[in-house]
Design a protein around this ligand. Structure first.
Ligand SMILES: [Zn+2]
Ligand SMILES: [Zn+2]
Length: 767
């Protein structure tokens, strides 16, 4: 039979994911000759054999990929036959680093099923070994200092392989062939349980930690991208104590349960939610509570309809469940419902970044945790748990971090390399390199020096991993934000332009970048706060965007912001401001009239002193929540809006509840007048959501009719409101518009840096 020789050049997520041994196995199975090689751009394969063998090889290559691998492109060319070619080999990639800059680092991945089978098999040499992993699973991004992704460039450098591990590492037939973080009890990292003073506790660390949990105490447990604080979610005293010590009075806490069956005991789980819970990224998924959830865990997500749940993703987390169940025989227990539910929350004090080193943990968490479950594998890169919900059947990301980062987002076109540093809340950094956008893990709010430092580190790390020297640095318009100041400093050092981008322009541009849109499009920014081009506090804006340009077409009717930030933290103040704006004949609702600070607030509203105006959609939500009396003061950002969303049920919109002026001003005061006359919070929340959805759809479709533009981009923090989107998106489609929302990044400020970078690039391209 006639022989052929092919060269396949493959790009995508093909390094550090077991791709070469996979190719080796399928080539062996087909009896093909040739080789596979990692290159700076991906993987190159040469294979020689009959047409039939090659076709079977191609088929398997594309349809039986290892779980973490992903092919973006595959190019094929025909070569001359090599007469003495009979073997298939994995060639070392040394010396072929001319284009290392295109290589990619994989994200961290949950422990795979094959490793779990070994972890709980008493005959396996890695039985109960908390650092078991393989080419299909384990730490990646969080242990890697720099590329190329080799053990020497990770924190596993400190653990030389024992002969048994080395043999597996070098054997293409092994599940651990070139598994960079592979280890075993003989050669790898070890656990330690200490008291709060750092003194080691005797006995088995996992057993000791479990005893502490049972007693209603909390553990600081070292994970993949940082420490978790862990306690029994079903012991109210334990949860209350953790909340008090962590200074986190009302914010929902995430929980961990053993498996989907266990989660179904207290939450609804749809098929797509189950699929996301089980994915190797293992995000926290927001799930609809069952009635029993609040009885079982009263203080986990008070006043919220959903609860953040995740499944175990490290061997150590699995071992803690195994211990709690009394180390059962066999593997069946992994699939059976289990009553253990644990709070598993990022270990940080309010406002600070998540703790990653053992020493930091002892210094910063010794008042919160009773014991420390530590190990000696260093976390190189801080990375919180990712958070998402399912909207329709698509994921809606609230926080993009572990499991997703540093996976790049594909862009529709290339251009100059750019760095962007976000704004103030939920900060991320983004590097654009060619047709890829690398968005950093969620850093958090920049109101603590340690968070500012974390942003600086994350941006630096991203530049190193991508080998990019930016040609411009983008930031927010807000000049006093730390991110803007850092951007200015770096731009000076590198002698490149500093390009500030208006907040809501950046929000909308992020969605344009994600969907490969270049405009002209309409954009609706439904957000909390961002500095406008005219110096005002924006947040409910209708825009027209094309390339680098963004024109403000209209905005939502403004509200007074008495006391500035203070009003944003205390929705009752926004409610009084709204009431005064409407100048109603009706008296203030009793819950507002009784506030101690009211007389002073009314004077402030009358004189207009320190009482700026805002067009923010988020502040409208606060005002309505304040009016409903459901959240007079917020203990965390967007608490009021979330509580209002929780209460809302479907209802008919208020006819005539809004007006759109010829200048595209959306006036919501008729709706507000009506809401003033209601006293039932549920009725207020429902009518608000339903009418707002219709008002926004009307606003957008009028703009579409005058401009002839039918593509509409939606972004901003309020686009994380699923009840609003559920009503708004169908209305927009019915009106003949084509709406686009954030899907691979959060719609909130977590996606802002991508938009900033994308706009900065468009500006450079225009020059
Ligand atoms: Zn594995
Ligand atoms: Zn070993």
């Amino acid at each position: 039979m006639s022989q052929q020789r092919l060269r396949l050049t493959i790009r995508g997520r093909v390094q550090g994911v077991g791709f070469r041994p996979f190719v080796w196995r399928i080539a062996q199975a087909q009896g093909l000759a040739g080789f596979v090689l990692n290159t700076g751009e991906g993987v190159t394969i040469e294979v020689q054999g009959s047409g039939q063998q090659l076709a079977a090889f191609r088929q398997q290559l594309q349809h039986t990929l290892p779980p973490l691998a992903h092919i973006d492109s595959l190019q094929q060319s025909l070569l001359d036959l090599q007469p003495d070619s009979t073997l298939f080999e994995i060639r070392s990639s040394t010396g072929n680093t001319e284009n290392q800059s295109q290589a990619q680092l994989p994200a961290d991945s949950a422990t795979c099923l094959a490793c779990l089978d070994e972890l709980f098999n008493p005959d396996n040499r890695r039985y109960r070994y908390p650092f078991i992993n393989c080419t299909d699973c384990g730490p990646r991004y969080t242990v890697t200092h720099r590329l190329p992704y080799d053990r020497a460039n990770t924190s596993m450098l400190a653990f030389p392989l024992c002969p048994a591990c080395r043999q597996e590492y070098q054997d293409p037939a092994s599940r651990r062939f070139h598994a960079e973080p592979t280890a075993c009890p003989q050669c790898g990292p070890q656990l330690q349980l200490t008291d709060r003073f750092g003194l080691p506790l005797k006995g088995d660390p996992v057993h000791g930690a479990w005893q502490i949990l049972q007693m209603g105490r909390s553990i600081a447990m070292k994970g993949l991208g940082g420490f978790h604080l862990v306690c029994d979610a079903t012991q109210p005293d334990a949860v209350a104590r953790l909340r008090q010590l962590k200074h986190r009075p009302g914010k929902p806490l995430a929980v961990m349960a053993l498996n989907i069956e266990s989660v179904r005991a207290f939450c609804e789980v749809s098929p797509s939610e189950a699929a996301w819970l089980l994915r190797p990224e293992r995000p926290i998924v927001l799930l609809q509570k069952k009635a029993i959830a609040d009885q079982l865990m009263p203080d986990i997500a008070p006043g919220m309809a959903s609860i953040g749940v995740m499944l175990p993703y490290t061997p150590l987390q699995w071992l803690l469940f195994y211990q709690a169940l009394g180390r059962p025989n066999g593997q069946e227990w992994r699939r059976q419902a289990c009553e253990q539910i644990w709070v598993m929350t990022s270990a940080n004090l309010s406002g600070e970044p998540i703790v990653i080193t053992n020493q930091e943990a002892r210094e910063r968490l010794n008042k919160v945790a009773d014991v420390f479950l530590l190990h000696n594998r260093n976390i190189v890169t801080r990375c919180d748990d990712s958070v998402l919900a399912i909207q329709g059947r698509e994921p809606l990301l609230y926080r993009r971090a572990r499991g997703f980062v540093p996976e790049p987002l594909p862009l529709s076109a290339g251009g100059p390399d750019v760095l962007a540093l976000g704004a103030y809340l939920k900060t991320t950094a983004t590097v654009l390199r060619g047709e890829q956008a690398f968005v950093s893990q969620y850093i958090g709010d920049l109101d603590h020096p340690l968070s500012c430092e974390a942003l600086e580190q994350a941006a630096q790390h991203l530049l190193e991993l991508t080998a990019v020297t930016p040609q411009a640095i983008a930031c927010d318009l807000q000049p006093d934000a730390f991110s803007s100041q850092l951007a200015q400093q770096w731009a000076q050092q590198l002698d490149v332009p500093l390009l500030p981008v208006q907040h809501h322009h950046a929000h909308l541009a992020a969605v344009m970048a994600e969907h490969g849109l270049n405009g002209p499009v309409l954009g609706m920014a439904l957000d909390g706060y961002g500095l406008g081009k005219n110096g005002d506090a924006w947040g409910g804006e209708l825009m027209m965007l094309e390339g680098a340009s963004c024109e403000r077409m209209g905005h939502i009717s403004s509200l007074p912001l008495p006391g500035g930030d203070k009003a944003a933290r205390e929705p009752w103040r926004m409610a009084v401001g709204l009431w005064q704006r409407l100048n109603p004949a009706l008296p203030l609702p009793a819950h507002l009239a009784g506030r101690p600070g009211l007389p002073m607030l009314l004077r402030q509203l009358e004189t207009g002193l320190n009482c700026p105006e805002t067009t923010s959609m988020g502040r409208w939500f606060d005002a309505i929540a304040g009016l409903a009396g459901i959240c007079p003061e917020q203990s965390f950002e967007s608490e009021a809006a979330q509580k209002l969303e929780t209460l809302a049920t479907g209802c008919a919109p208020l006819a005539g509840g809004w007006r759109v002026s010829p200048a595209n001003l959306l006036d919501l005061t008729p709706l507000a007048q009506q809401l003033m006359q209601l006293s039932d919070p549920l009725a207020i929340a429902s009518l608000w959501h339903a009418t707002l959805a219709h008002a926004l759809a009307d606003w957008a479709s009028r703009a579409a009719n005058t401009t002839g533009i039918r593509q509409l981009v939606l972004a901003g923090g309020c686009c994380a409101n699923r009840k609003l989107l559920q009503q708004l998106l169908p209305l927009l489609r019915e009106a003949g518009l084509q709406p686009f929302t954030a899907q691979q990044l959060p719609p909130n400020d977590g996606g802002l840096s991508l938009g900033q970078a994308w706009v900065a690039r468009q500006r450079l391209l225009q020059q």
